[in-house]
Design a binder for this molecule. Structure first.
Ligand code: BTN
Length: 247
């Protein structure tokens, strides 16, 4: 996809299993163009990371999937995650939300509370990612949340006003598009921007791995997406299933 063909097209659904699943189904049927954005008022099987369910009150929040074909090499797949996370952070800053940080790999926190989650699913051909479905759930107008591992928040809670989800989506996509074009032309330092806004970067925090709880310091993220942590003076790399944040 290059700048000339970067045009978003929208499909809005009232209720769907999951916008990510729907996007992949259209892709399988070859009925979807790059840049297609699928939104839903309600998902009855919204997909979260690591097989979890993404729950969201009907009609109150933004839930959408964007189909992108970026031809990124598999070993650089984390670039897309970084691009999305940076764009969400940048856009939330424009709304004057304070204390926005990226939690590895691509959750968005506001003062430690989760406001958005991202699930990117890829289809791979050879050494390249041929298609990516970028699924984003952003808490907008919901005010009460269930008990999640991390406390949730929303724009309503943070800014004390209700928002129009359609307008928010268009604004976010503009930020994402301009960052995407900067990325394609090598004008954005993804790693620097990501680390500058990363929750826990360079700060001792509590984590848990297969050996138990420990105090570690995030030192970086590899292009594959593995998180690098200084654990008792040793550099360790973790993937999502191998590490739990205790802070
Ligand atoms: C996470 O666990 O934090 C990731 C949540 C991603 C949720 C979004 S909502 C729109 C898209 N469709 C899905 O089924 N999941 C993603």
């Amino acid at each position: 996809m290059d700048s000339s063909e970067f045009q978003f097209q929208f499909i809005h659904l009232n209720s769907v299993e999951s916008t990510n699943i729907y996007a992949f189904e259209l892709l399988r049927q070859k009925k979807i163009a790059n840049g297609t954005v699928i939104t839903a008022n309600f998902q009855n099987k919204g997909k979260g990371q690591m097989g979890q369910l993404w729950q969201s009150e009907s009609g109150k929040n933004l839930q959408f999937s964007v189909l992108m074909s970026m031809n990124i090499k598999v070993e650089n797949q984390f670039h897309l995650s970084q691009l999305v996370a940076i764009s969400l952070k940048q856009w939330l800053d424009t709304l004057a939300v304070e204390g926005v940080q990226i939690k590895w790999p691509n959750d968005i926190l506001v003062k430690g509370r989760k406001i958005a989650g991202v699930l990117i699913e890829n289809s791979i051909q050879g050494q390249e990612i041929s298609h990516s479905v970028i699924g984003i759930g952003l808490n907008v107008n919901q005010e009460v949340f269930g008990n999640f591992a991390r406390i949730a928040t929303s724009l309503k809670i943070e800014l004390d006003c209700f928002f129009d989800c359609k307008t928010l989506l268009k604004e976010f996509l503009q930020v994402f598009q301009s960052n995407y074009l900067l990325f394609k032309s090598g004008q954005i330092n993804l790693q620097q921007r990501y680390l500058d806004n990363l929750f826990g970067f360079g700060i001792p925090q509590h984590y848990k791995d297969v050996e138990g709880d420990f105090l570690g310091v995030i030192l970086g993220v590899l292009p594959s997406g593995k998180l690098q942590i200084n654990k008792n003076g040793k550099l360790k790399s973790y993937d999502l299933k191998e590490l739990k944040f205790l802070s």
